[in-house]
Design a protein around this ligand. Structure first.
Ligand code: FAD
Length: 335
């Protein structure tokens, strides 16, 4: 879309998985509130679901003025086409100036298609958002060139300005329980729900229960682990620290651990408080998935391993010696 409505709302695309609101929805709504106050506009949070285990109006506590609910059976399973159709239809009708979506697996799937449908750009995987004080444009910051620089991108010629944001990028403020929002159920034409994709069912895959993107501690293993059973060492450490297990693509390709655990360019982007990289060399593709972690502990026997360049603590040595010692020490301290 060409520039037309620089006074429009900020539209946040929320995410509900099997009835549960993804924390990124609250995070993005709160960030949108902050940006909207600077622009003097309102925040609308869109939810698409077949069932939900919360009072959706409570999103007002984090800054939503309107909660837009599209409810129905088509949202029982994720269907990229239906999400794309519904979001594009609503964007065309509501003319928001900014659209924000979580850079979760589903957000990363439908947002490029939405951008193509509404003829605008998309800045994927942002780690910072701000408003330019002079122009009122959205400043969209994300790592670029393999994470070596932070690029700030503006979209001056097309609307809406659209970005996906990595979950856990922004802090969640305390809820303001006195705030109220209007809940709307928009009328949508039947064709937005039609799809050439027929979802026949969902199969459970090991690793799907825990989403490593939601965790404070991620302990990841790579090719240095040598075999599947050795991931038990990492599971023990992760469980002691209240975290979960991640992996490099090499470990996943070797079938030592399932794909939902993969961190990196073609896996998940994680931003935990602490990230352990164990027996991982630190390829640019792996770094793309973990370099926004607050604190990185790298364990590698190669002193030249690139992972050490992004590490806050570099432990150079044999992981089969170091990890059991860390586990032992934690257990000792806890008595
Ligand atoms: P290696 O590079 O083989 O490193 C193993 C490390 O273990 C070495 O540094 C070694 O010194 C160390 N080591 C070995 N034994 C021990 C020991 N006993 N104690 C301590 N250290 C030890 N990779 C990802 O991780 N995620 C992605 O999403 C991803 N997406 C990709 C997308 C594309 C398009 C492409 C082309 C590649 C992608 N890759 C991805 C692959 C990436 O390029 C690397 O091949 C991969 O990250 C390497 O995994 P690794 O570090 O486990 O293995």
């Amino acid at each position: 879309m060409q520039r037309s409505n620089r006074s429009g709302e900020i539209l946040v695309i929320g995410e509900i998985r099997e009835g549960t609101l993804h924390s990124a929805t609250v995070e993005l709504t709160a960030k949108a509130r902050e940006l909207a106050d600077r622009l003097g506009t309102k925040v609308t949070t869109l939810l698409m679901y077949d069932r939900v285990d919360m009072n959706v109006e409570d999103l007002a506590w984090w800054g939503a003025d309107v909660v837009l609910c599209v409810v129905g059976e088509p949202f029982r399973y994720f269907n990229q086409e239906v999400y794309t159709n519904v979001i594009s239809y609503l964007i065309k009708g509501r003319n928001p100036q900014i659209v924000l979506a979580p850079a979760t697996t589903s957000g990363r799937t439908y947002m490029p298609a939405v951008a193509a449908k509404v003829h605008t750009g998309l800045t994927a995987d942002c780690t910072g958002l701000d408003i330019d004080a002079d122009t009122g444009l959205l400043l969209q910051t994300r790592p670029a060139i393999g994470g070596n620089i932070m690029a700030t991108i503006q979209t001056p010629n097309h609307l809406p300005q659209m970005a996906t944001v990595r979950p856990r990028t922004f802090p969640v403020p305390k809820p303001n329980r006195g705030r109220k929002a209007r809940v709307e159920h928009p009328d949508l034409p039947g064709e937005v729900f039609t799809s050439s994709i027929e979802v026949l069912g969902k199969e459970h895959q090991e690793g799907m229960d825990v989403n490593i993107q939601d965790l404070d501690v991620v302990v990841s293993g790579g090719k240095g682990l040598k075999k599947a059973e050795n991931f038990n060492l990492l599971r023990e450490l992760a469980s002691l620290l209240g975290g979960g297990v991640g992996a490099s693509r090499a470990a996943v390709d070797n079938k030592w651990i399932s794909y939902p655990h993969q961190v990196g360019l073609s896996g998940k982007v994680v931003s935990p408080k602490v990230y352990f990289a164990v027996g991982i060399s630190g390829s640019v593709q792996h770094l793309a998935g973990m370099q926004t972690a607050d604190f990185v502990v790298a364990i590698n026997k190669d002193p030249e391993a690139p992972i050490f360049r992004v590490a806050d603590i570099a432990l150079c040595g044999d992981l089969f010696d170091i990890v059991p010692r860390i586990i032992e020490k934690i257990k000792e301290q806890r008595g």
